[in-house]
Structure formats: structure tokens, C-alpha cells
Ligand binder design. Structure first.
Ligand SMILES: [Zn+2]
Length: 493
């Protein structure tokens, strides 16, 4: 059983809100009456701690950055000052997208692949932003006793935990849901019928303002509903269970587009190349490599004159994953010509060369690419990984030192730093860097553990490094204590 859809429903119960205006209303007071922003944050962080270690949570910087830039582009058009929202992708072939308490929005790879245009994907994401901005969960909770929403948070956690733990976990979960949560889940689904219309309304406004084709939302929902009727899905898409979808709802959206206040720009943006690229990358990295190769070869079969770059790239990624390095290189090479090669192509080029053990060529590619695209994360990571693999630890450390100053929130940079420190026998530095990585991933307990190990190191440490670790340890211990107290108050620790 796939547990995520239930979680989604639960997450809607825990956190999300309706309103009648076309513009986004200020609902600050309503949410304060139910769940404080701090409480939402505490629950959200607790759940995200589990989500981030789920094997299906996608860390791939190119996919992650795409979905975040799409989300932020939509969010930037909202009227009211809003909470932070972050976006992530889950590797799951079922069709789903969900908003969780605290402003975390997840999209399944299956849904991304089902979209045919960027406006369709933007429509789904805008709808989820609508749930968060309108605080639907908080409104739902207004009608609930406190004890029921804390147990729902605990249940949501159990559901996520069971995902990573095989069938046995799933059965336990199913039983737990049957006894503890069935009623709430049902109520939540009924409740969301109204909320769905609200999220559509708000989402549509964002969609139009951000320059997407608002018809994308209606088209996608309509296609999903029809496909479901014709039984074209393996089982009903989770999305339809958590976001009740009816022909009336779609007609509503269409009506709003025709009679809405937001003008439909006559020249609607076509898909961005970034969308097509992210989609190809999702496909190329989701399937078994041989299946992905077959897919992209079939796509490219008759396209001898114009070969869409994203499909060529997808094929090259798949070939590299299948360890067919020569074929991967020959496929990719035409995309590297000219001064404007996309940085994703350059990362892949460097990786293939490194796989072929042609390190100096790989370095040459990375260095040129980094000077043209200094902030492209995948490039930075790949370059440092190669430095470390080839024993150039000191160079990597110097590079990472500078980059963590420029991007102090990037957990992955700290992980790379920890590895380089370990390779150079600097154990205090290693555990300090690892602590900073955990801290940035929201795992305070693990960060404190690392700092405790760091402060106990005798070898390879100097006074300055140790005392910095000690003061950081005091600071994070305090934060952890506060967090635990907050979780305890919410009964989710
Ligand atoms: Zn919805």
C-alpha cells in the first residue's frame, strides 16, 4: 500500500483555507486562532525531518532547483505577505501532489511525467500553494479539538516512517489508520471539497499573474478525470482521493478563466526549456537505465533533422547510468557545441569523462563551466567530488571554504567538506562540518551528536577549532531543548 496519499490527507487536516475573493485575503487572525505559525512550523519541521531521509525524497540539485524556482515564481505573485514555502519532489510513479503543514509542498515524479506542458505542472503547484496560503489545515483544525490534531500529526509521522520500512511497516500503518484515523480522514476529505474550489481560485490567480496559461490547470484536471474514468491508471490516482475532483469543479475553473479579472495574455508562455529538461531528467533517472534508454531512443527515432535537446540529454543521462560511456559521450557531444551549452549538459559531460577515467579532460570541462555558471550547484558538487576522488583534497577544501561563505545554507557543501576533512585526518573539522550539514537539514539532534564527538577529539585539533566547536555545541543544545519542549507541548516528539 502506498502510504503517502493518506499522509497527504492528514497533512491537509493538520495544516491548511477558503475565501471568496479573487485576490488573496489576509487571514492572519484566523490562523492565529487555531494554530500559531510557530506551532505549524514545529509540526512541519518534525515531519520534514522524516521526509528528507526517505529514500524517495529527491536531492538531485537539478530537479530540486527546478521545482523550487517554479514554485517561487508562482508564490512571488501572491498579494499578502506569506510564510516561506518550499518545494520538493518525491520519486513515486503514482500521480500526486500535496501541501503539508508549515508550508512544504511535495510533487510526485509520476505527476511531473503526466503533465504535457509547463502550465499544467504550474497549475498543480499553484493549487497546492493555494491550500497553504489559505491555511486550509489550520481552518480545518478550528473545528477540531486539540487532542485530535496532535494525534493526527503523530499519525502522519508514523505513516512516513512506515514508507521506508517495507511491507511490514505498511501493514502496521494500515491498522493504525483503520483504528485511529479513519474518521478524521473521511472528515478531512469531505472538508476539502470546499477547500478544493478555494485552492483552485487562488491557484488560478497566481498562475495567470506568473504568466502561465491558466487553461493548463483545467486541462490537466480534465485529462486526469477522463483517464480515471477509462481506467487508464493503475488504481485511482492518489491525487483524486486527496483532491476531490468533479466535472463541476473543472467547469468552475473554466468559467473563472473566461470571466475572471486577470487578463489572459494573448501570447502565453510556452514551456521553458528548464521544464522540458527537468522532465527528461526525472524520466532518465527514474526508470531502470535500459528502459529509459529504450524510451528516449523511441522518442528520437524519427527526429533526424531537429532532435529536441532535452531528449538527447535524457538519452545521454540514461546511457551514462547504464555505464555505456562511449555511447553517452557520442550522444551528448553535439549539445556541447557553441558558447551557450546548458550547464546541465556540461555537468554530464564532466561526469562521463570522469567515468572514463579521463580526469584532466573532466577538470577542464568543469573549470570552464564553473567560470560561465559559478552558482550552478550540480556543477559545484561534481567538481568537488572529482577533486576528492583524485586526492586533491586540499584544493577541494579551499574551494568549499569559499563556497560555504557565499552559500551558508547549502547542506551538501558541508557534507562535501566533512568528507574532505575526514580524508585529511582533521576529525574535529570533519564532525563540525557534518554537524552543520545536519543542522541545515533540520536535524538538530544529529548535529548536537556530531559536535559532541568533535569536542571529544584529542588528535588533530587545535585550541581555536575546539573552542569554536564547544560554543556551537552550547548554542545548538539550547535550540534542541527549545525544539523538544515545543514538540512535547504538541505531543509529537
Ligand atoms: Zn487540493
Amino acid at each position: 500500500m502506498n502510504v503517502r496519499p493518506l499522509l497527504i490527507t492528514l497533512s491537509l487536516c493538520i495544516a491548511a483555507t477558503p475565501c471568496g475573493a479573487q485576490t488573496l485575503p489576509d487571514l492572519g487572525d484566523i490562523s492565529a486562532a487555531t494554530l500559531s505559525e510557530q506551532q505549524e512550523k514545529t509540526i512541519g519541521n518534525r515531519i520534514m525531518r522524516e521526509v528528507r531521509i526517505d529514500k524517495d525524497y529527491i536531492e538531485d540539485p537539478e530537479i530540486f532547483d527546478y521545482i523550487n524556482s517554479l514554485g517561487q515564481r508562482l508564490l512571488a505573485t501572491a498579494d499578502t505577505p506569506h510564510q516561506d514555502i518550499d518545494f520538493f519532489v518525491v520519486r513515486d510513479e503514482t500521480i500526486n501532489a500535496f501541501a503539508m503543514v508549515g508550508g512544504h509542498i511535495g510533487v510526485h515524479t509520476g505527476l511531473i511525467l503526466l503533465t504535457q506542458t509547463e502550465s499544467e505542472l504550474a497549475g498543480v503547484v499553484a493549487h497546492e500553494i493555494g491550500h497553504v496560503l489559505q491555511k486550509h489545515q489550520a481552518r480545518f483544525l478550528a473545528g477540531q479539538s486539540k487532542s485530535s490534531w496532535t494525534s493526527l500529526a503523530a499519525l502522519a509521522l508514523a505513516l512516513i516512517a512506515s514508507r521506508s520500512n517495507s511491507n511490514q511497516g505498511a501493514q502496521v500503518t494500515e491498522a493504525a489508520v483503520a483504528t485511529a484515523g479513519a474518521l478524521q480522514i473521511q472528515t478531512a476529505i469531505d472538508y476539502t471539497r470546499e477547500h478544493e474550489r478555494e485552492a483552485d481560485r487562488v491557484g488560478l490567480t497566481l498562475l495567470q499573474r506568473a504568466g502561465f496559461d491558466p487553461r493548463g490547470m483545467a486541462n490537466f484536471f480534465d485529462r486526469m478525470l477522463k483517464a480515471n474514468r477509462l481506467n487508464e491508471f493503475k488504481g485511482a490516482p492518489s491525487y483524486l482521493r486527496t483532491h476531490p475532483l468533479t466535472t463541476e469543479r473543472i467547469a468552475d475553473i473554466q468559467d473563472r478563466i473566461e470571466h475572471g479579472r486577470e487578463p489572459i495574455l494573448s501570447m502565453m508562455s510556452s514551456d521553458s526549456f528548464e521544464y522540458r529538461l527537468a522532465r527528461a531528467r526525472v524520466r532518465a533517472t527514474s526508470d531502470v537505465p535500459s528502459e529509459a534508454i529504450k524510451y528516449f531512443r523511441a522518442q528520437l527515432e524519427d527526429k533526424t533533422i531537429v532532435r529536441p535537446r532535452e531528449e538527447v540529454y535524457g538519452l545521454a543521462v540514461s546511457l551514462q547510468r547504464a555505464r555505456e560511456f562511449d555511447a553517452a559521450w557520442n550522444t551528448l557531444e553535439p549539445l556541447l557545441k557553441g558558447p551557450n551549452a546548458h550547464p546541465a549538459f556540461l555537468v554530464l559531460a564532466g561526469r562521463i569523462k570522469a567515468d572514463m577515467r579521463r580526469d584532466s579532460e573532466a577538470f577542464e570541462i568543469y573549470r570552464a563551466a564553473l567560470s560561465a555558471h559559478p552558482g550552478y550547484r550540480a556543477l559545484v558538487y561534481a567538481y568537488n567530488e572529482l577533486l576528492q576522488q583524485t586526492g586533491r583534497t586540499r584544493e577541494s577544501l579551499a574551494d568549499l571554504e569559499e563556497r560555504t561563505r557565499g552559500n551558508p545554507d547549502d547542506a551538501r557543501l558541508y557534507e562535501l567538506k566533512a568528507r574532505a576533512m575526514e580524508a585529511s585526518g582533521r576529525s574535529v573539522g570533519q564532525h563540525r562540518a557534518q554537524a552543520e550539514a545536519y543542522f541545515r537539514r533540520g536535524n538538530l539532534a544529529a548535529a548536537v551528536d556530531q559536535l559532541e564527538i568533535a569536542t571529544k577529539q584529542v588528535r588533530g585539533s587545535d585550541f581555536y577549532e575546539l573552542s569554536t566547536a564547544e560554543s556551537r555545541l552550547r548554542e545548538l543544545r539550547q535550540q534542541l531543548e527549545n525544539e523538544r519542549a515545543a514538540e512535547k507541548a504538541l505531543k509529537i516528539s
